[in-house]
Each structure stands twice: as structure tokens, then as C-alpha cells.
Design a protein around this ligand. Structure first.
Ligand SMILES: [Zn+2]
Length: 271
């Protein structure tokens, strides 16, 4: 490609970046408009729910997952409203489910479809740590990390014309890019981790969301320490393949802990 064409591509890339409402960071998501991401997510979510065992209400773990999810959602609604950002949650139709599956995993799709796998409960061990996990996954969705990953995936597969066209031209490939981008795939051999910047961003906002819901954010440290002790080379849980644990993560969480406790948790402790 000629140099001028490269330059033009770079300029188009730059101007097509959109600023995320909550993180304030410019990101390349234009190929995956939010409404289209939500619509595709809904289809994928329905298929997942129909082909997996959802634990019904009345089960104490299922009730706990729903309770934690609803408290976080309420906290987010209040926070977004206070910042004049409620419009950002348009199209969100939250659903929270616990699914019987021994994998250590959880995810939140665009539009607010949240699934927690029973396999992660022995690691979370308590409600506050569960809130840390769910807050983190919801933060990935609200920060549009999946849409960013999906936009990159479409470009890499030569489907840079956008999600709708990609779906009509190559539905199978597009669905695979989707599952990988949003961390929904359960048995894929190739499941790239979220980038470090995405992880730290999701940690930061997830910590705030769980604190806003009245859950002690300090539980994040022992939770990630427990995560780091799990898994070996041959049996790395899917959650750890997408969310590698290391000292940097824990150190970064510790840096924002006091501020999160003082500014958000202490004010919402009696929610
Ligand atoms: Zn993550």
C-alpha cells in the first residue's frame, strides 16, 4: 500500500474512534454499533440459555446471584443518573442467571445479559467477591471492550465493512468473532485474553460498581489471590484464560482501594 493510503487509513481510523461515556477513553468500535451489538447479543444469549441448565429461582445460589446482580444494576443506574449518563443505558434490558457448569467463568453481554457459572462460586466463596466478579464483567460490557475486540476481529478477518454486512456475508465467522470478543465461548481452543488495559479498566470500574452496591471492594484482593492459585498448564479455567491473574493486577487494585472504599463503599454500605 502506498504511503499516502496508509496515512489516509490512519486518519480515518483516528476520526472514527468514539469516546466511551464512562471511561472517557477513545476507542475503535464504529464497526460494531451498540444497537447491533445488543441485538446480536440477544440472539446468542437466548441460544445459550436454551442449551444450558439455568438454575431456577428458589435455589439459594441462584437467588444470591440475582440479588448481587440487581444490587449492582441499581447502583449503576443511580450512578449513571447522577452523572447525566442514563442515555448510555438505553437498550439495556438486564437479566441475571446462574448456569450449572463446572467451568470457572462469568460474563456480561452488551445489553446487560449476565451469566455466572456455578463453577466460579467455590472461588468467590462470599457475596462480596461474587460482586467483584459480576461488577468486573459488567464493566467490560459498559466500557464496550467486547465491541472494541470485535471491531478489531472484523478488520483482521477482512470484514471491516461492519457487523451487519459481516453477518450477512459470513455468519459463522462473525458469530465466532463475537463469542471470542465477549468471552462467551466456553470450549474454544483459542480464547485470547482481554488486553491488560481492558482488564485494569474493568477492575477499576468493577470495583466501583460493587462498592456502589454496598459490597466491600476489599474482597477483590483475596479473591484474585484465590484465582491465582487455581489452574495448571493443562487445565486453565476459561475465566483465567481471559482474565490472567498477576501481581500487577493486585497491585493496581490496591492503589485504588482506599479511594474506592471511602468514596463509594462507605456511602453505600446500608443500601
Ligand atoms: Zn476481565
Amino acid at each position: 500500500m502506498k504511503r499516502s493510503l496508509w496515512l489516509l487509513t490512519a486518519v480515518i481510523f483516528f476520526i472514527s474512534c468514539q469516546r466511551n461515556a464512562i471511561t472517557g477513553r477513545k476507542q475503535f468500535t464504529i464497526l460494531v454499533p451498540e444497537a447491533e451489538a445488543q441485538s446480536m447479543a440477544l440472539g446468542q444469549y437466548k441460544e445459550f440459555i436454551n442449551t444450558n441448565k439455568v438454575i431456577p429461582a428458589g435455589n439459594k445460589d441462584a437467588d444470591m446471584v440475582k440479588r448481587v446482580g440487581n444490587r449492582i444494576i441499581n447502583g449503576i443506574n443511580t450512578y449513571y443518573k447522577s452523572k447525566g449518563l442514563s442515555k448510555e443505558l438505553e437498550g439495556y434490558s438486564w437479566e441475571v442467571n446462574l448456569v450449572e457448569d463446572k467451568q470457572i467463568n462469568a460474563w456480561c453481554m452488551p445489553g446487560g445479559k449476565i451469566v455466572v457459572y456455578t463453577g466460579i462460586l467455590p472461588v468467590t466463596q462470599n457475596e462480596s467477591a461474587l460482586a467483584i466478579v459480576m461488577g468486573h464483567e459488567i464493566a467490560h460490557a459498559l466500557a464496550k471492550h467486547g465491541s472494541e475486540r470485535m471491531s478489531q476481529g472484523l478488520v483482521e478477518q477482512g470484514l471491516g465493512l461492519g457487523l451487519a454486512l459481516a453477518l450477512s456475508k459470513k455468519p459463522a465467522v462473525t458469530q465466532e468473532i463475537f463469542s471470542t470478543a465477549y468471552g462467551v465461548t466456553t470450549n474454544a481452543v483459542i480464547m485470547p485474553a482481554f488486553s491488560r488495559s481492558h482488564e485494569l479498566e474493568a477492575d477499576r470500574f468493577g470495583l466501583m460498581f460493587s462498592a456502589l452496591a454496598g459490597y466491600d471492594p476489599r474482597e477483590a484482593i483475596p479473591f484474585w489471590e484465590r484465582m491465582s492459585k487455581i489452574g495448571g498448564a493443562n487445565n486453565t479455567p476459561s475465566f483465567m484464560r481471559t482474565h490472567p491473574t498477576d501481581e500487577v493486577r493486585i497491585a493496581e487494585l490496591q492503589k485504588i482501594m482506599d479511594e474506592t472504599v471511602n468514596n463509594y463503599f462507605k456511602k453505600n454500605i446500608n443500601n
